[in-house]
Design a binder for this molecule. Structure first.
Ligand code: PEP
Length: 257
């Protein structure tokens, strides 16, 4: 399989700069130089400087949790791609369900951000996923398909190679409830089908699709066995070195199968 596994931490609004440094030192000490799988930590903006310095010399990449789709200007409180790149950010999480819900981000706005991130050399981790009501209403495939298509509108196949998709069922995020491997695989396969329609089979086969939603050491091995699950976007379990490293080890194990 050409695709590499990818374990990305989404720290959300957690960790000061000092705490970020300590957590990264902990991760690095245990698994900071492996090269079998891709690893990134996406930290709050205020921790990027400390995180970037702490990551020096490791194979772990840095990511941010958001950006604003303008180069500069009167956008109080927002942050531009150049500001993120100053700290060597490689990735940026876009369209997370918390931003869709609490900050009313639309698919169109998220698409604007995805395109701007790509134009500026950042790799978007585009999050899609259904709510509990949508799953119970039988709308999962429709919702996820629509979010994927709208999030990726007007993107070329060449640029799409730099996009990572994260399927995160909203009802599984931070709740301890996880989609079963079969439930997740069904949606991942549908996402890959859409990627294939949009960008061609070759590109779709090479794009990473992560699962997110209470992924933890206890359930990672089973999820990562599924054909279209290429890793995880990890919230809670990314906040402790031991659990995050255990997930990296699960991905290394899956990669060697
Ligand atoms: C997330 O918010 O991206 C996430 C997957 O969180 P958790 O792992 O805590 O469910």
């Amino acid at each position: 399989m050409a695709r590499r596994y990818f374990i990305a931490g989404n720290w959300k609004m957690n960790k000061t700069a000092a705490e970020a440094k300590a957590l990264i030192e902990g991760i690095k000490a245990l698994e900071g130089s492996q090269t079998q799988v891709d690893v990134a930590v996406c930290t709050p903006f205020t921790a990027l400087d400390a995180a970037s310095k702490a990551l020096a010399g490791s194979t772990i990449k840095l990511g941010a949790e958001n950006l604003y789709p303008k180069a500069s200007g009167a956008y109080t409180g927002e942050i531009s791609p150049d500001m993120l790149k100053e700290f060597d950010c490689a990735y940026v999480i876009l369209g997370h369900s918390e931003r869709r819900e609490y900050f009313k981000e639309s698919d169109e706005f998220i698409n604007e951000k995805v395109r701007f991130a790509l134009e500026n050399g950042l790799k978007p981790i585009l999050c899609v996923g259904e709510t509990l009501a949508q799953r119970e209403g039988g709308q999962t495939i429709e919702v996820v398909s629509s979010q994927t298509k709208k999030g990726l509108a007007s993107i070329s196949a060449d640029s799409a190679k730099n996009v990572v998709i994260a399927y995160e069922p909203v009802w599984a995020i931070g709740t301890g409830k996880t989609a079963t491997p079969a439930m997740a695989q069904e949606v991942h396969a549908q996402i890959r089908k859409i990627l294939s329609e949009l960008f061609g089979a070759d590109t779709a086969e090479n794009m990473q699709i992560l699962y997110g939603g209470s992924m933890k050491p206890e359930n990672a091995d089973e999820l990562l066995k599924e054909k279209d699950i290429d890793g995880g976007l990890i919230g809670g379990a990314a906040l402790k070195a031991e659990s995050f490293v255990s997930l990296i080890k699960s991905a290394i194990c899956a990669a060697s199968r």
